[in-house]
Design a protein around this ligand. Structure first.
Ligand SMILES: *[C@@H]1O[C@H](CO)[C@@H](O)[C@H](O)[C@H]1NC(C)=O
Length: 326
């Protein structure tokens, strides 16, 4: 496994695709959806997955340019000790973390930090707090198509990367975008274009291949079709990358069990087959939403639930399956 990774890194240096990004990495809400109780030394031992994407640093819900967990004014990241404890536990078990700014709910910092310096400072607080070399920007909902926010964010990304370089480090930056039945939406493509125009290098484009209204019965083929559509779109947007490099710069994000869409269903077998696809194409990352949901519901199920999958499953079954992504 380690030898494989080293080989992939050597190859990626030759092919100019950045290495150092997380590989098999579920999203995890540390302070919401019962994530507070998770013991990562156990989770890592039981699942084999060691990398996690923590969600979501946001501006305060009332719009202050202060990074908080989940938009809560009483969870300022500068003052955090609880999440830092989780990060240390994960690293002590040989793992690593990224954080994901944004998400569907709440106020993205780029929307309220009025100028680039203020925005860079806000993101940098989070990067320094957790000694991050990986960050994700999950741009969806009303942030997608917010031209001013996208412009500030792209300029900030460029500066954050330069700040890391000045300290002899690399900051691996990923952009998470929703999908439609025909791949990326026009707004998603415009956001990618904007980062390119403003010189903000994105190392990995991560596609939310769920919540697009996919058919439960043929979820596997439907997701592959979307990912191949995205592949064609990315090839046009990034003519500097060859076929292989475009795949290596693409990440697949799934959601376990029931999603927000009544038509969709992702079983363990769906995950297995889509991870086969990701291995075959040598994608850059596979993630899923979310570690907090990787267990069977115990109480009233509801259609979709932040703390469980709403289907019959074993504990950590989806995470164990994700460990098959190499
Ligand atoms: C989510 O699942 C938990 C655990 O089974 C349950 O207690 C809770 O009521 C569910 N929430 C909703 C909104 O269905």
């Amino acid at each position: 496994m380690l030898a494989l990774r080293i080989a992939a890194c050597v190859l990626s240096v030759i092919s100019a695709v950045n290495c150092g990004g997380l590989r098999a990495a579920p999203y995890y809400m540390p302070l919401d959806n019962n994530g507070q109780d998770f013991d990562f030394s156990q989770i890592i031992k039981q699942t084999g997955v060691k990398q996690f994407i923590m969600a979501f640093p946001l501006a305060t819900d009332d719009g202050k340019c202060i990074p908080t967990w989940d938009g809560k004014a009483n969870l300022k990241i500068a003052d955090d000790t609880v999440v830092l404890g989780k990060v240390k536990q994960i690293r002590a078990s040989g793992g690593d973390v990224s954080v994901s700014f944004g998400g569907y709910n709440g106020v993205e910092l780029g929307h309220v930090c009025g100028d680039v310096n203020a925005l860079v400072n806000a993101y940098q607080i989070v990067i320094d707090k957790y000694s991050l070399t990986n960050v994700d920007f999950d741009i969806e909902g009303d942030d997608l198509g917010d031209v001013q926010g996208e412009t500030l964010r792209a300029k900030a990304i460029k500066i954050l990367k330069d700040n890391a370089k000045a300290k002899g480090k690399d900051l691996f930056v990923t952009l998470t975008l929703p999908s439609t039945t025909v791949g990326l939406s026009e707004l998603g493509r415009a956001e990618i274009k904007r980062t390119l125009d403003l010189g903000a290098h994105i190392d990995l484009y991560k596609i939310m291949a769920f919540d697009y209204g996919g058919p439960g019965a043929d979820q596997v083929n439907s997701v592959i079709t979307i990912m191949e559509d995205v592949h064609k779109q990315l090839k046009q947007l990034r003519p500097d990358l060859n076929e292989q490099q475009v795949y290596a710069s693409t990440g697949l994000i799934l959601m376990n069990g029931h999603t927000d869409q009544p038509s969709e269903l992702y079983t363990v077998d769906t995950f297995r087959k889509l991870i086969d696809y990701a291995n075959q194409k040598k994608l850059g990352r596979v993630s899923y939403w979310a570690l907090n949901r990787d267990r069977q519901c115990t109480g009233p199920v509801g259609w979709v639930n932040g703390t469980c999958s709403s289907i019959t499953q074993q504990p950590w079954e989806f995470t164990k399956t994700l460990a098959n992504f190499h």
